[in-house]
Design a protein around this ligand. Structure first.
Ligand SMILES: [Fe+2]
Length: 152
C-alpha cells in the first residue's frame, strides 16, 4: 500500500486539528514502513503510539466541539466511539500475537480520510468561529491527553 499523502482537501482550516491529523497520517506511514522493514523501529511501538495518539486526538476534538457548542458533537463522539472499539479490537489481536498490521493500517487510513473529509469538516466552521472569538483559548493542561498531543 502506498504512503498516505496529505492534501488540501483534508484541511479543516483549524491549525491545531490539522497538525494532529498530519501527525496521525505520519504515524500510519511510519507503521507502513516499519512493518515492511523499510524503516527502523518496532511495529508494536509504532502501533501503540498510533493508537494512543489517535485516541487522545479524539478526546481533544470532542472537548473542542462541545466547548464550541457544535450541535452534532454527541453524534460525532459516537462515531469516534465505534471506531475506538474497532481499533482496540485490532490492538488486542496484535497483543495476542496475530499479525493485524496490514489490516489495521488499511482500515485506519481509509477511515481517517473519509472521517476528516466528512465529519471533521462538518464541525470546522463552528469550531473555527469559537476559536476566533475566544482569543485566549488554550488546551487545558491537566487533561490526560495533553502531554500526548502537546509534548509537555
Ligand atoms: Fe473526528
Amino acid at each position: 500500500m502506498p504512503l498516505l499523502i496529505w492534501n488540501e482537501e483534508l484541511e479543516t482550516g483549524i491549525d491545531v486539528i490539522d497538525q494532529q491529523h498530519k501527525r496521525i497520517v505520519e504515524l500510519i506511514n511510519q507503521l507502513n514502513l516499519v512493518s515492511k522493514g523499510k524503516a527502523d523501529g518496532n511495529v508494536g511501538d509504532v502501533l501503540a503510539e498510533l493508537v494512543d495518539y489517535t485516541l487522545s486526538h479524539f478526546v481533544f476534538e470532542e472537548e473542542l466541539m462541545e466547548e464550541a457548542g457544535y450541535p452534532f458533537s454527541k453524534a460525532h463522539k459516537r462515531v469516534h466511539d465505534i471506531f475506538t472499539a474497532r481499533v482496540n479490537e485490532y490492538k488486542m489481536r496484535f497483543d495476542a500475537g496475530e499479525d493485524v498490521t496490514d489490516a489495521l493500517r488499511d482500515m485506519l487510513s481509509r477511515w481517517l480520510f473519509n472521517h476528516i473529509k466528512g465529519d471533521d469538516k462538518a464541525y470546522a466552521r463552528v469550531v473555527k468561529r469559537h476559536l476566533e472569538r475566544t482569543t485566549s483559548w488554550q488546551p487545558r493542561p491537566r487533561r490526560p491527553w495533553y502531554a500526548r498531543l502537546f509534548g509537555t
